[in-house]
Design a protein around this ligand. Structure first.
Ligand code: IPM
Ligand code: MG
Length: 354
């Protein structure tokens, strides 16, 4: 069981350290190797996804990732931006299925900016396609063109999906729904974009294979509204790369803090990359105050999806619930009366609860 650990930038090293401690405490004989991804890799090796990292990631069964990015790399040319490393590893490893569960822990019912009755009991799963769409579509660029009688800068990207790309991600959503409340909502923009008309057509075809799961469709603007109006109407949401990026950040806020949201990015064979849904939080990096729970919960997803160890995954999830009920809170989820802790103390609490 080989795990490639990519701490990345910002708070990445602090939060992955806690998830690694939790995994090691399980006594499951993991082999772990660390490598560079993101801005730190640009600085040390001149590439956001250096060859040494590629080799380790390809040889591993699973990848545990912290986060990438930071202001010091914001003005880099695009190919030397930390995000390129993340997009590169997703594409190279074929990690097309991104699972982002948004669960509200009862202990955090007041952490959301939404009314408690709107979010209480929330448990939705966003299934985001991760290796296609406008993120990767060619042609793309910024160039000089003669348009509207003017020689001017012209920016362009291309949104595209093949029916096979759509079919495989929609199937992931249906399979997941089968183990949950058996409802899939497919999100598109078919009233404007042909590419997403195809998305809707293929989703409808896939639904024929799953008589026991109910399919509905929603336009993305309405979905964004419904997510804050009545989020509990959803069970599984399936959508493309771009819409999924946006809707998953929105969904994270229903749970109070993006610091609680894990994610799994899987290939056809359940090899996976596991990372918190949040970013590298440069403003609090190195201060020991970041919330490690999203990364620890991502490690639980690793046990579930890549290593098929459901009971070990639940042990971690139960431990996280326990520390929340014991009142341990990092700054992002702090409320008066609770015990304010830093990154490492939160890791200690989870270890103790395990
Ligand atoms: C995410 C992030 C990434 C994305 C960025 C960092 C490239 O926002 O994982 O949601 O857009 O996919
Ligand atoms: Mg995002």
């Amino acid at each position: 069981m080989k795990i490639c650990v990519l701490p990345g930038d910002g708070i990445g090293p602090e939060i992955t350290a806690e998830a690694v401690r939790v995994l090691m405490a399980l006594d499951m004989k993991f082999e772990m190797e660390e490598a560079l991804l993101g801005g730190c890799a640009v600085d040390a090796a001149g590439s956001p996804y250096p060859e040494a990292t590629q080799k380790l990631a390809q040889a591993a069964d699973a990848v545990l990732l912290g986060a990438v990015g930071g202001p010091q790399w914001d003005n880099n040319p695009r190919e030397l931006r930390p995000e390129r490393g993340l997009l590169g590893i997703r594409k190279q490893l074929g990690l097309f299925a991104n699972l982002r569960p948004a669960i509200l822990y009862p202990e955090l019912a007041n952490a959301s900016t939404l009314k408690p009755e709107v979010v209480a009991g929330l448990d939705i799963l966003i299934v985001r396609e991760l290796t296609g769409d406008i993120y990767f579509g060619q042609p793309r660029g910024i160039e000089m063109r003669d348009v509207d009688g003017k020689h001017q800068r012209f920016g362009f990207n291309t949104m595209h999906y093949t029916e096979s790309e759509i079919r495989r991600i929609v199937r992931v959503a249906f399979d997941a729904a089968r183990k949950r409340n058996k409802r899939v909502c497919s999100v598109d923009k078919m009233n404007v974009l042909e590419c997403t008309q195809l998305w809707r057509d293929v989703a409808t075809e896939v639904a024929d294979e799953y008589a026991d799961v109910e399919l509905s469709h929603m336009l993305v603007d309405n979905a964004a509204m419904q997510l804050v109006k009545n989020p509990k109407q959803f069970d599984v949401i399936v959508t493309g790369n771009m819409f999924g990026d946006i809707l998953s950040d929105e969904a994270s806020m229903l749970t109070g803090s993006i610091g609680m949201l894990p994610s799994a990015s899987l290939d056809e064979n359940n090899k996976g990359l596991y990372e918190p849904s949040h970013g590298s939080a440069p403003d609090i990096a190195g201060k020991g105050v970041a919330n490690p729970l999203a990364t620890i919960l991502s490690a639980a997803m690793m046990l579930r999806y890549t290593f098929n160890r459901e009971e070990a995954a639940q042990r971690i999830e139960t431990a996280v619930k326990k520390v929340l009920s014991q009142g341990f809170r990092t700054g992002d989820i702090f409320e008066p009366g609770m015990k304010k802790v830093g990154t490492k103390e939160m890791g200690d609490a989870v270890l103790a609860a395990l």
